[in-house]
Design a protein around this ligand. Structure first.
Ligand code: ADP
Ligand code: MG
Length: 326
């Protein structure tokens, strides 16, 4: 099973940032409202994610680390959905096969915390008592220590940290209701506080920086069962092609060709040719109107009423950008 896990890890765990993504998503799945991420040396030495979610019972700890163990699939219909997303029930098993992983947890209903430590070549899991508040911590040390070829592919601490920072930014943009802190080598780097409609600007500023936040126009518009909202950066803040371009469809980050086209068109006469649009956009649409699993890896979707969605996004953005320039 160790080898199978390591092979699976090749798909799930590319670099420290992919570990962070999987673990933070698990915390969100567990209903956490507070997530602390501590990393050492770009994540190659240590990554620790602590949440205040529902926790894992002592008798489930072992299972959580085994392959294809997921508490999230209960029916065949679920399974089909999940298979198409890939990697389900594999993240913890995969990560623990290429690192030294400790999973510590305390559900509110349990009096003590317990830790599961996966070690050694055959991934023997030891369960021992621990001290932990309600919630879960996952500690991943020495990533790729037993797969030297993979370890050599890690870039500098700074580069790996930047990837982590970006992953955390994307997640933070999708969940304003969750507090997230990111610490690197003992120094607090990011602190994203919970925001509602009234203080959303403060969170956008914390995540995307002051230049973006101060220059951005907020938009919000409905048409039938489609809603688009978010922030459009003004030309002077859009420097690089992929800088600050975030689009969420029903809460999930996507890079959708149709939406990208609508955005580019809307910006076309508002931007000098050497500039790129910067934006944080949220599109919500009746889930029945969209197929999300067209290209799980490419983050693409298919809209049933593609033309309508395209034109609605285009018109909303075009109008906002045009008005802001007067
Ligand atoms: P998946 O998320 O696809 O179910 P994972 O390997 O990522 O697979 O996690 C395995 C299981 O471990 C999850 O189904 C969940 O029951 C449990 N788990 C993992 N992380 C957490 C967490 N932070 N809080 C509560 N339960 C967790
Ligand atoms: Mg998971």
């Amino acid at each position: 099973p160790q080898l199978a896990n390591q092979i699976a890890a090749g798909e799930v765990v590319e670099r420290p940032a992919s570990v962070i993504k999987e673990l933070v998503e698990n915390s969100l799945d567990a209903g956490a409202t507070k997530i602390d991420i501590d990393i050492e040396r770009g994540g190659s030495q240590l990554m620790r994610i602590r949440d205040n979610g529902k926790g894992i019972a002592k008798e489930e700890l072992m299972l959580a680390l085994s392959r294809h163990a997921t508490s999230k699939v209960t029916s065949l219909a679920d399974l089909e959905q999940i298979l198409s997303l890939g990697f389900r029930g594999e993240a913890l098993a995969s990560i623990s096969s290429v690192s030294r992983l400790t999973l510590t947890s305390k559900p509110a209903t349990q009096n003590e915390a317990w830790a599961a430590i996966a070690e050694g070549r055959d991934m023997q899991v030891n369960i021992q008592p621990a001290a932990h508040p309600d919630g879960t911590s996952v500690e991943v040390a020495d990533l790729f220590f037993n797969t030297p070829a993979r370890r050599r592919f890690l870039r500098s601490d700074k580069t790996e940290y930047q990837h982590i920072d970006e992953v955390v930014r994307r997640i933070a943009l999708s969940r304003f209701d969750v507090q997230i802190k990111l610490t690197h080598n003992g120094a607090l780097q990011r602190s994203y506080r919970v925001a509602n409609q009234n203080n959303a600007d403060a969170r956008i500023q914390a995540i995307c920086g002051r230049t973006f936040a101060e220059g951005a126009v907020y938009i919000e518009s409905d048409y039938q069962d489609i809603n688009v909202s978010g922030w459009l950066g003004l030309p002077q803040v859009a420097r690089n092609q992929n800088d600050m371009q975030y689009c969420y469809i029903n809460g999930r980050m996507m890079r959708d060709k149709l939406i990208n086209h609508a955005i580019r068109q809307a910006y076309a006469d508002a931007l000098p040719s050497d500039m790129y649009p910067a934006y944080v956009l949220y599109l919500t649409i009746d889930p029945k109107q969209v197929d999300v699993n067209v290209h799980p890896a490419k983050h693409e979707v298919r809209f049933h009423q593609a033309r309508l969605v395209h034109d609605f996004v285009y018109q909303t953005l075009h109008k906002a950008l045009h008005n802001s320039q007067q």
